[in-house]
Design a protein around this ligand. Structure first.
Ligand code: 0A1
Ligand code: ZN
Length: 853
């Protein structure tokens, strides 16, 4: 495969030579195969063009042009395309082809998730269903008829509104759906199955009554209420915040167990990974509930940012994804605690995107080329893309941002556009240097900002020096343009000056006057720009206590702990009393409990790793273990008190106060686990046995696993027997064991693959067991290289089943260039083994070969 791969470049983009006015599809679903009839009305835009349709793994039956059956000499059909020459200016093409959804393990195109037929077409799955101009800038009106066995598949769904139920014929029935909104093929969807559903309705601001349905596996309808509530809140929010209303009579959501990603925004028929729909207190954690709220909203928001206005080509992906993530983040902030939401978004960004941006697979939010588009549904395109939109929001302010988005919607509704078009609308209402700001779309890597302070004669000077890392190919990149929120405080914590600076040069100074003594700086408040702040000699203890911005206050707590951990790495007996004092003050803080739970969290291993030039995990774990132990030892009594003050085992309510109490007491329990004492094990055991929520049970299991092998085994066995029939809960079971800090994880992970619940064809299970193991740095990066060998063997094996899953797993090797030499050598051997594997997919090849470069 390696010498056959084709790289696609943004600079080569050409407009389509044809438009498709309408598509009429008929699907006849059978147990062995599916027959597709596809009638398209074409118009030629380029006189001399041949019609080249995308077609992959399709069994062609018949091609009929304007009523005439074409002989096989009139077209060519190869592995990727169906080409017809000499077509008229306007014509109707009818194609009949056959596909085999039951054999489709890639989960792209039409496939089966258990007994349910479903589709995934973004970005290029439609070409695995029927020949088509499978590109987002070809928008057409779809009518879809689905015909299947009535008993096995009573529910038949497609995009748009239901227009016709066909008379049953023998044992079969059919339904026709019509979507009046022109759309690209990647938004096509079809579902057939025997499903339960819940239904509700929403009246739009203009009075349209929309039917809302959520379809789930039989027996699961009692777990869809939270998803429905989230959907209704999202619909209301989009009307209020963006003036966007829903535009069909029906909105359907279907939950399936086998899905490569989180969910998909198909017009009027969202298909979801069941993990983002199903929840009740017994089986889902508070974090799961939040995740559902945010993904349901994300897919709903796509109806305007993605569907009505879509991407001209796949290089524009962040146009819809960055914007939609920003929208779902703001929604979640409005529904919950905005300060906690912001910190969690930044945490996720730094854990995933910053790591990606510092790796060989770093790319701009608007990539310039790809081998497999599937590889670009990345934290960079999504989360960094959202930060870029957030900066625009900051630069424009709420009111102008709203005017600018209104203009964007008015101007481009019904079109396939570019990020430049969105930026044009922003610029209409914003005063900022657009050309300079655009670098965020073209450059990769996380900029860092070095801070220097000077104070003399009442004047305070802040000098900021930007450093943008080189591109992956080694070339230089330019200084960026961004808003930087700062505040200057006096020694009591009172804010003397709060400002939004515009940073645009490699180095610049800002002067502030009228201070009696040197002010204390609070920088990058709210994380106004996705940059790394490098600032020496900061009084973190002061900021932890007095900073008025919830983000920078949290940041100070993290940075203080990080500096102490690095000190411990140099000398494990270092004096850490100052930090311990500051931590003690946090314990006393009277603040929102879920925010407090975040303040009390010690930095993750991934956070620490990002600060190392050459990564070696052993000393990181050692330092973290030491600090965790000292914190727990010094504050054992206080922590226990805090635990019991907030522990309400019988409260499974989902109001913010109950969630916050659980978050805080579980944070405290995790902190206490560092003591590895019988007492804490007993507390965790009690919590496992008597709490009513999954949130509590999961934390208890995690704590037991880290303290007491025997008690852990008992609890895990109990958990297994209780939930073995619930695959979503079993994901948690596998994930907890794969993340275990206890020796022998790899052996246990290997053995778990033979568990009757485990199935290598189900992405959620693979992510939970194999994916989580690859983030268990201590064991994945074990010095014997067995962790690497295990993962690379799995990648090669899974690549044959599901290339997208395999290339996602390959991401664990991204850290390769930064590892210490001994590990690097081991990693290199396994990576070379992957790329040289005969028949390796282009997905996996692209990621692994980039890592090796
Ligand atoms: N557009 C979806 C994500 C998605 C992308 C690709 C998929 O399969 C290759 C599936 C889903 C979203 O942003 O929610
Ligand atoms: Zn999306």
């Amino acid at each position: 495969m390696s010498n056959e791969v084709q790289e696609i470049f943004l600079k080569d983009y050409k407009k389509p030579s044809f438009t498709i006015e309408s598509v009429n599809l008929t699907f006849e679903l059978f147990e062995e195969e599916t027959n597709v009839t596809n009638i398209m009305k074409f118009e030629k835009l380029d006189e001399s063009a041949d019609l080249v349709l995308d077609a992959q793994e399709l069994e062609l039956k018949e091609v009929v042009l304007d009523g005439e059956v074409l002989g096989s000499d009139r077209y060519t059909h190869d592995e990727e395309t169906l080409t017809i020459s000499n077509v008229p200016q306007e014509f109707t093409l009818e194609i009949r082809n056959r596909i085999y959804p039951q054999k489709n393990t890639e989960l792209e195109g039409l496939y089966k998730s258990g007994d349910i037929f479903c589709t995934q077409c973004e970005p290029e799955g439609f070409r695995r269903i029927t020949p088509y101009l499978d590109r987002p800038d070809v928008m057409s009106i779809f009518t879809t008829t689905v015909i299947a066995d009535q008993k096995k598949y009573p529910i038949l769904l497609a995009n748009g509104n239901k227009v016709h139920c066909h008379e049953s014929f023998n044992t079969r029935h059919g339904v026709t759906w019509h979507d009046p909104h022109p759309k690209p093929s990647y938004l096509f969807a079809l579902v057939a199955g025997d499903l339960d559903f819940i239904t509700d309705s929403f009246v739009t601001a203009s009075g349209n009554d929309v039917e809302l349905n959520i379809y789930v596996d039989k027996g699961n309808s009692d777990k869809a209420d939270h998803a429905m509530k989230s959907l209704i809140n999202a619909m209301k929010w989009d009307e209020e915040k963006y003036g966007r209303e829903y535009d069909l009579d029906i909105y359907n959501i279907v939950a399936v167990d086998s899905f490569n990603m989180g969910a998909m925004e198909n017009k009027g028929l969202n298909i979801f990974n069941s993990a983002y729909v199903l929840a009740d207190a017994d089986t889902a954690t508070d974090a799961n509930f939040m995740g559902i709220e945010s993904v349901i909203a994300h897919e709903y928001f796509h109806n305007w940012t993605g569907n009505r206005i879509t991407c001209r080509n796949w290089f524009q992906l962040t146009l819809k994804e960055g914007l939609t993530v920003f929208r779902d983040q703001c929604f979640s902030a409005d529904m919950n605690s905005s300060e906690v939401q912001r910190i969690q978004d930044v945490k996720a960004l730094r854990e995933r995107q910053f790591v990606e941006d510092a790796s060989p697979t770093a790319h701009p939010i608007q990539p310039k080329s790809y081998i497999s588009m599937n590889n670009f549904y990345t934290a960079t395109v999504y989360e960094k893309g959202a930060e870029v939109i957030r900066m625009l929001h900051t630069l424009l302010g709420e009111e102008n941002y709203r005017k600018a988005t209104d203009l964007y919607f008015e101007t481009f509704d019904g079109q396939a556009v570019r990020t430049d078009d969105f930026l044009w609308a922003m610029k209409e209402y914003g005063e900022f240097d657009l050309e300079h700001f655009k670098l965020w779309y073209d450059q990769s890597g996380t900029p860092s900002l070095e801070v220097e302070e000077n104070y003399a004669d009442g004047k305070y000077t802040l000098t900021l020096t930007q450093n943008v890392p080189n591109k992956v190919d080694g070339s230089l990149q330019k200084a960026m343009y961004f808003p930087l929120k700062i505040a200057l405080m006096d020694k009591t914590g009172a804010v003397a000056e709060e400002k939004m600076l515009i940073i645009s040069k490699e180095s610049e100074s800002f002067m502030f006057e009228g201070f009696e003594e040197k002010p204390v700086l609070s920088i990058n408040r709210d994380f106004s720009a996705p940059v790394i702040i490098k600032h020496q000699d900061v009084d973190f203890a002061f900021l932890m206590q007095h900073d008025t911005n919830s983000f920078t206050k949290y940041e100070a707590a993290q940075e203080f702990a990080i500096s102490i951990l690095f000190k411990l790495m140099e000398d494990i007996e270092s004096d850490i009393s100052e930090y311990l004092e500051a931590f003690g003050a946090l314990l006393e803080l009277d603040t929102d409990l879920s925010y407090k739970a975040l303040l009390l969290e010690l930095p993750s291993i991934s956070t620490l790793m990002q600060k190392q030039d050459v990564v070696d995990f052993e000393p990181l774990y050692k330092a973290k273990d030491k600090l965790s132990y000292e914190v727990a030892k010094k504050y054992e009594a206080k922590l226990l008190k805090l635990y019991f003050q907030n522990h309400e085992p019988l409260n499974s309510a989902l109001d913010s106060k109950s969630i916050a109490k659980r978050a805080l007491k579980n944070r405290v329990l995790s902190l206490l686990s560092a003591l590895e004492s019988k007492e804490i094990a007993a507390v965790a055991k009690e919590q496992y046995e008597h709490s009513l929520t999954m949130t509590d049970r999961i934390t208890a299991l995690d704590v037991l696993e880290s303290i007491d092998a025997e008690l852990s085994e008992i609890a895990f066995n109990d958990f297994y027997n209780r939930y073995k029939n619930n695959t979503l809960v079993m994901n948690k079971y596998f994930a907890l064991l794969a993340a275990s800090p206890r020796e022998g994880v790899l052996d246990r992970v290997m053995a778990l693959q033979n568990d009757e619940v485990y199935d290598e064809k189900v992405p959620n299970l693979v992510r939970s067991l194999i994916g989580v193991f690859a983030r268990n740095y201590k064991y994945f990066h074990a010095k014997d290289g067995y962790g690497y060998k295990f993962l690379s063997d799995k990648i090669i094996e899974i690549d044959k089943i599901n290339p997208q899953m395999a290339s996602a797993l390959s991401g664990a090797f991204k850290i390769y260039p930064k590892m210490i030499e001994s590990n690097k050598k081991l990693m290199k051997a396994t990576l070379e083994c992957i790329v040289s594997t005969q028949g390796i997919s282009k997905n996996t090849f692209e990621i692994v070969s980039k890592i090796l470069k």
